[in-house]
Design a protein around this ligand. Structure first.
Ligand code: NCD
Length: 647
C-alpha cells in the first residue's frame, strides 16, 4: 500500500507524473476515476485550503467525502488513540487525509490504517502536498526547477511546509537561500539531511542583497558543495568573511517563499524582527522577476500591496491545490491497484529490549502517544567511521548513539567508531541494543564492558591551570571583551565553558555571556545559560566574539556541526575554538585556537574528561584508556559467556 507521509516517499519521476496528471485535470473531471470511492478527512488542526482543496479534488474526481467537522467532537475527546481512529476510519473510507499537531502522527496512523494515508501536515515536521503545489506553481511560472534560486523566509524552524520544500528543491537541483527570523533557523536535522543526501552546504549571502526584506539574522545560501565551506573555518576573520561573502553576491533570485510565524508551536520568545515583504521589495530593481509565494494563511509578513503586483502568485498557488490534489489522488488510486510499494533503502533499528533510545523531539508522536507507535529509527552511519546517528522514523529528528550493548552477552559500553563492524553484525542478528543512558542499560541487567587500564592525562590542578591559561589568552586576543560569548558544546564542553566564564570573570571582574549548543539533542540547539533573564530573548550572535568550547577534539565533526548551528543563527564577528584535549586525527580540517593539552592518541584509545559535579568520587580528570583492539573487545562483548576483555 502506498502512503504519502513525507516528500521523500515520491521519486522525482513520480512527482513529474503527478504534474502531468495535474496538467490534464479536464480529462479527469470527465472520466471521474474516483467514482464510488470515499475519502475521509481527519483534521486535528485548523485548515482552510488543504482540507477544502482535498475535498473539492475528490468530488471532482467523482468520489465522495466523509469528515469530522472538528476532531475535538470525535472520540478523540474520549481518549481514543490515533491508532484506533485510523483502524476504524479505514473501514469507512478508501483513503485518509490527516492533519495532526504531533510530528510523526500521520506516519503512526498509516501504520494502523488499512487504506492509503496522506499527510496534510504533521506538527512542525512535513507538509508534502503543499510542496507538490509549490513545485507545480514554480514550474508553471519559471518553466522548470533546476538551477532556480528560491529564498525561503520567516519561521524556518517550525514551518512544516518549508521542511518538505527544501528537500524537494534540492532534489530538483534548485538552490535555496534561507532568510530566517532570529531564533527560527532551519533545524539541524534538515541541514544534516540536505548535506548527507544531496551534498548541500551553507554559504553566507552578501547582506545588502536582501536588505529590502528586513531581518536580524543573515541570509545563507544552500547549494551543492562549494570548494570552501564556511563551516570549516574556526576563525572567521574579516578577510575570510569578505571573501566568503563575495562568493554569494549578486545572486539571481527567482522566488521568495514567505511563511508566517508558527505561534501555535512556540512556547515563548516570539519577540524580535520578522522579515516582511512589502512596497520596498516591489521597488527593488533586482527583484523585478522574483515571484512571491506563500502557503497561506498570512498574518502581517506579506503586505496586501503585493496582491496587485504580477509577482504575487500566492492565490494562484492556492488555486493549484485542487488540480494537484486531484492528480495525487488519481496517482495513489492507480498505485493501489498495481499493489506497488516504494522500497525504503535505509537500515531500520528497533530495540530488542523494552527500554531503548527515545526520540529527542518533545513534540514527536512517540513521546506523546507511545501506545500507537514503535520506537523505530533509521541508522545513519558515515562511511568513514564517525559517530552513528539515529533518525526517528516518525519525525526525522536525530540523536547520537550514546551507549551500545549486545542483547545476548548483556554487556554494554559507550559507542566507539572502532566497534562499527561488530555493531553491524549485531544489528543483522537483532542483538544490537542502544541506550540513551548507562542507567537504562543497567536497569536491564547489562554490565559494563571491561576496558584497558586508565591513564590520567590531566589531573585537577592541570585542568585548572589550562583553564586559567585559556582564559588569559582569550582576553588577550579579544578585541572587545563586552562582546564575548562563551558557547559550550553539551554536555562536558558546556561545563568547561562555565568554568571558563568564571575564570574570565575573575580576571576581568565581569562575567561574559554564556550559552550552550546541543547537537542532535532535545529542544533548542542554541540556548542562553547566563544571564538567566527571562526577557533576554534568544541569543543574538551578530557581531559577537564567540568562543566555542569543547572537551576533546578528535575527528572535528562535532565542531563542524556546532559551527553550522552558529552560522545559521547569526553572523558573529569571529569564532574561536577552545578545547581541553586535542587528540589529533582530524577528518574535518578544524584548527583549534586554544588547547589545554595536545595528546596524540591511537584510534583504539578513548579520552574522557570527567569533571567533578558529574562524577562526585574524584576531582576533575582527563583520562585515557584503550579498548584493546576493537575486534577483541567486540568479541568479548558478544561472547555469550560475557568474557572480560584482556587488560
Ligand atoms: C500551512 C500549514 O498548515 O502548515 N498552511 C497550508 O496548508 N496552506 C502554513 C501555515 O499554517 O502557516
Amino acid at each position: 500500500m502506498r502512503h504519502l507521509i513525507s516528500i521523500a516517499d515520491l521519486s522525482n519521476d513520480e512527482i513529474e507524473e503527478i504534474f502531468a496528471l495535474a496538467d490534464s485535470t479536464d480529462e479527469l473531471r470527465t472520466e471521474k476515476p474516483a467514482t464510488g470511492q470515499i475519502m475521509a478527512t481527519l483534521f486535528y488542526e485548523p485548515s482552510t485550503r488543504t482540507r477544502l482543496s482535498f475535498e473539492s479534488a475528490m468530488q471532482r474526481l467523482g468520489g465522495s467525502v466523509i469528515s469530522c467537522s472538528d476532531m475535538k467532537s470525535s472520540s478523540t475527546a474520549k481518549g481514543e488513540t490515533i491508532a484506533d481512529t485510523a483502524k476504524v476510519v479505514s473501514s469507512y473510507a478508501d483513503v485518509l487525509v490527516v492533519r495532526h499537531h504531533w510530528d510523526g502522527a500521520v506516519q503512526a496512523m498509516a501504520e494502523h490504517a488499512d487504506v492509503p494515508v496522506i499527510n496534510a501536515g504533521d506538527g512542525g515536521h512535513e507538509h508534502p502536498t503543499q510542496t507538490l503545489c509549490d513545485l507545480y506553481t514554480l514550474r508553471k511560472e519559471k518553466g522548470g526547477l533546476k538551477g532556480l534560486t528560491v529564498v525561503i523566509c520567516g519561521d524556518l524552524k517550525n514551518g512544516r511546509t518549508i521542511h518538505s520544500l527544501v528537500f524537494a528543491l534540492a532534489r530538483f537541483g534548485a538552490n535555496v537561500v534561507t532568510l530566517a527570523a532570529n531564533g527560527m533557523a532551519l533545524p539541524q536535522y534538515v541541514i544534516e539531511g540536505l548535506e548527507r543526501e544531496y551534498g548541500y552546504g551553507l554559504m553566507p549571502v552578501a547582506a545588502d542583497d536582501l536588505s529590502a526584506v528586513v531581518t536580524e539574522t543573515d541570509a545563507l545560501y544552500l547549494t551543492p558543495k562549494q570548494p570552501h565551506q564556511l563551516a570549516l573555518f574556526t576563525q572567521v576573520d574579516e578577510v575570510i568573511q569578505a571573501r566568503l561573502s563575495s562568493m554569494a553576491t549578486g545572486l539571481r533570485y527567482d522566488a521568495f517563499y514567505m511563511t508566517r510565524k508558527q505561534k501555535e508551536r512556540m512556547k515563548d520568545g516570539t519577540a524580535g524582527n520578522y522579515p516582511t515583504i512589502g512596497a520596498n521589495f516591489l521597488r527593488e530593481q533586482r527583484f523585478q522577476d522574483t515571484v512571491v509565494m506563500h502557503p497561506l494563511p498570512r498574518v502581517d509578513e506579506l503586505s496586501p500591496e503585493v496582491d496587485k503586483d504580477r509577482r504575487g502568485i500566492y492565490f494562484k498557488q492556492a488555486a493549484y491545490g485542487v488540480p494537484v490534489r486531484m492528480a495525487l489522488l488519481k496517482f495513489l488510486f492507480d498505485r493501489q491497484e498495481k499493489q506497488s510499494s516504494k522500497p525504503k533503502k535505509s537500515v531500520v533499528y528497533e530495540s530488542p529490549e523494552t527500554i531503548g533510545p527515545h526520540c529527542r523531539n518533545p513534540n514527536c508522536v512517540t513521546l506523546n502517544e507511545p501506545i500507537s507507535t514503535r520506537r523505530k529509527f533509521r541508522i545513519l552511519s558515515p562511511d568513514d567511521g564517525g559517530a552513528w546517528l539515529l533518525a526517528c522514523l516518525y519525525c526525522d529528528h536525530r540523536s547520537k548513539v550514546q551507549y551500545i550493548g549486545n542483547a545476548k552477552s548483556k554487556r554494554y559500553s559507550s559507542f566507539d567508531p572502532g566497534l562499527v563492524n561488530s555493531l553491524r553484525e549485531w544489528l543483522n542478528k537483532g542483538e544490537l541494543s542502544i541506550f540513551d543512558t548507562i542507567k537504562e542499560a543497567e536497569e536491564l541487567g547489562y554490565e559494563p564492558t571491561k576496558s584497558g587500564p586508565q591513564r590520567v592525562l590531566m589531573n585537577e590542578a592541570e585542568i585548572n591551570k589550562a583553564l586559567v591559561d585559556i582564559a588569559t589568552q582569550i582576553l588577550r586576543d579579544c578585541q572587545n571583551p563586552d562582546r564575548l560569548l562563551i558557547l559550550g558544546v553539551r554536555s562536558v564542553g558546556a561545563q568547561l565553558a562555565q568554568r571558563l566564564a568564571q575564570e574570565i570573570e575573575k580576571q576581568r571582574q565581569r562575567r561574559p555571556e554564556l550559552g550552550e549548543i546541543e547537537i542532535f539533542g532535545a529542544g533548542e540547539e542554541l540556548r542562553r545559560v547566563s544571564p538567566t533573564d527571562a526577557d533576554a530573548g534568544p541569543l543574538n550572535l551578530k557581531d559577537r566574539e564567540v568562543i566555542l568550547v569543547d572537551d576533546v577534539l578528535y575527528t572535528g565533526r562535532t565542531v563542524k556541526s556546532a559551527l553550522s548551528i552558529i552560522f545559521r543563527s547569526g553572523r558573529p564577528q569571529s569564532v574561536r575554538l577552545a578545547v581541553l584535549v586535542d587528540r589529533g586525527h582530524r577528518e574535518v580540517p578544524v584548527r583549534p585556537n586554544y588547547v589545554g593539552k595536545n595528546i596524540p592518541s591511537a584510534e583504539n584509545e578513548r579520552v574522557r574528561v570527567k569533571l567533578r559535579g558529574l562524577d562526585q568520587e574524584t576531582g576533575d580528570q582527563a583520562v585515557m584508556y584503550s579498548i584493546e583492539n576493537a575486534a577483541g573487545t567486540a568479541a568479548s562483548l558478544s561472547a555469550a559467556e560475557g568474557a572480560v576483555a584482556s587488560r
